[in-house]
Design a protein around this ligand. Structure first.
Ligand code: KIV
Ligand code: ZN
Length: 529
């Protein structure tokens, strides 16, 4: 069958994005519901085929975020992950069922290492659980994916038996994960060839690769799978994911796009949305993109040596295999100035994909004016940063009212702050510290009454120039919970204060105590007729 543009549908590779599930499992990432929704909307704009929105049984917060995405994000299939047991499958279904295109993704390990040590079970039990979970999921939903976890370290004949069971019970996608990133490309291709031989029914379902990057081979292994017939790739923006991460979405997509003439494979992603999606995910997760990262690193299109610069100035293709425009990297043009009005701001935001009206538009406009007063030109990148910053502001957060920092080479730095607590009360805190940042953050601890410990602190500039907006990421630990927060402002200290208070808010929201309170509240609600 031919796609509308004449391409062969049989060569279309579905892009399954797991940034919000496997990616969110990276240490220190704690996205709230609003942030997850924002990423999911952007993934829909990017044109991915499937958004794996989360692991609904993991916590009430995860459940609610998956449910909100299922209800509000249109276009892609919305998948929820479930272990192969009845409660997980129920939770996944309840979370995704309101989507126009729901999917349940259930998994169980097939490797003896996992079966013996982690599940403390038997191969027979695994077969039974896989059978029951897929059958239950199929009872709810026509679109069911099954994954044999740690497949690349499993006895292949046993995995094949489990896959046959899953297909017999109605699984529509079979995803074979390289859970620990152990595979090599040739071996991966050979594994798939053997699976196709052992389970001929695999040709009647969508086959999928899910590779981790522990040996830096996630993209190569995924591509090896695709070359021998898999038509779904599970991947994450900026390569986020457990440990060394998953295959990076932008690398897979650009490999498909740049070399299509040779391999003939393609996907439906709008590559011009790649750079923006990468920035958004980096900003909201606090995971900076390494400068020399393929496709989205800040050096990916930079040319340092004189010979290279000379070549590119004469003819771009001398040292570039793709145009920066193809991934949407040229959006930093002037959009607004300090005399621009509300209408112009709304149009500019709409062009960037944000629909902002009513109170949200008023807040965005106020922020925009504050920035335009201090910065000559406000670019698309600035607007993106401000809007993301506002969207991060949750009602139950600690917010910075004002601050005063005194520092100099001859005196101990001193900070006084006022912080609005989630109950609306404004509290004061002050501290004399080793340096201005130490004094400031300690004063914030005093005002919030929390003993947070700073673990990481990064400052970067949204654009070039001395008047650039500062973007700060803070990673801290509070009562055993690690969390991050970001803040944006023309003033580096203000951005730091916002980031620090958001990290405290996130740590409190993710603490085991908060989870327990949420459970009690939910139980009390459901007990009320
Ligand atoms: O890496 C893995 O095995 C997974 C599964 C849950 C698909 O993430
Ligand atoms: Zn994984």
């Amino acid at each position: 069958m031919a796609a509308p543009d004449g391409r062969d549908e049989a060569n279309r590779v579905r892009i399954f994005d797991t940034t919000l599930r496997d990616g969110e499992q990276s240490p220190g990432i704690s996205l709230n519901r609003q942030e997850k929704l924002e990423i999911a909307h952007q993934l829909a704009r990017l044109g991915v085929d499937v958004v794996e929105a989360g692991f609904p049984i993991a916590s009430p917060g995860d459940f609610e975020a998956v449910q909100a995405i299922a209800r509000e994000v249109h276009g892609p299939v919305i998948a929820g992950l479930a272990r192969a047991n009845a409660q997980d499958v129920d939770a996944a279904w309840n979370a995704v069922k309101d989507s126009e295109r729901p999917r349940i993704h259930t998994f169980i390990s097939t490797s003896d290492i996992h079966i013996v040590h982690q599940l403390q079970s038997t191969r027979e039990d695994v077969k039974g659980q896989a059978r029951a979970a897929v059958a239950q999921a199929r009872g709810y939903c026509d679109d069911v994916e099954f994954s044999p976890m740690d497949a690349t370290r499993s006895d292949l004949e046993f995995t094949a038996e489990v896959l046959q069971i899953a297909i017999d019970e109605g699984a529509t996608t079979i995803n074979v994960p390289d859970t620990v990133g152990y595979s090599m490309p040739d071996e991966h291709a050979a594994m798939w060839r053997e699976l196709y031989r052992l389970v001929p029914d695999l040709t009647n379902v969508t086959t999928s690769v899910h590779c981790h990057d522990d040996l830096g081979l996630a993209v190569a292994n995924s591509f090896a799978g695709v070359q021998v017939g898999c038509r779904q790739v599970e991947c994450a923006i900026n390569g986020l994911g457990e440990r060394a991460g998953n295959a990076s979405l932008e690398e897979i997509v650009m490999l498909l796009a740049v070399r299509e003439a040779e391999h003939g494979l393609w996907c439906g992603v709008d590559t011009t949305e790649i750079a923006r999606t990468s920035r958004l995910v980096s900003r909201l997760t606090g995971y900076q993109v390494q400068p020399n990262k393929a496709i989205v690193g800040r050096n990916a299109f930079a040319h340092e040596s004189g010979i290279h610069q000379d070549g590119v100035l004469k003819e771009r293709s001398t040292y570039e295999i793709m145009d920066a425009k193809t991934i949407g990297l040229e959006s930093n043009s002037l959009v607004l100035g300090k005399h621009s009005g509300r209408h112009a701001l709304r149009n500019a935001l709409e062009e960037l994909g944000f629909t902002v009206d009513g109170a949200a538009l008023n807040t965005a406009f106020k922020r925009f004016k504050e920035i335009a007063d201090r910065k000559k030109v406000v670019t698309a990148l600035d607007l993106e940063a401000i809007v993301s910053d506002e969207m991060r502001q949750s009602e139950s957060a600690y917010t910075l009212e004002d601050f005063d920092i005194e520092a100099g080479s001859e005196r101990a730095p001193f900070a006084r702050v006022h912080v609005r607590r989630p109950d609306g009360v404004v509290a004061e805190g002050e501290f004399t510290g080793d340096g201005p940042v130490d004094a400031f953050f300690s004063a914030l601890n005093a005002a919030t009454g929390r003993e947070a410990r700073l673990k990481e602190y990064h400052v970067s500039a949204v654009t070039a120039g001395r008047d650039a907006l500062a973007e700060v990421t803070v990673l801290l630990e509070l009562d055993g919970t690690t969390a991050q927060g970001q803040g944006v402002s023309p003033d580096t200290m203000e951005a730091s204060g916002r980031a620090y208070l958001r990290a405290i808010t996130n740590a409190l929201a993710n603490s085991p105590v908060a989870e327990a309170e949420h459970h009690i509240e939910a139980a009390a609600k459901s007990a009320t007729p």
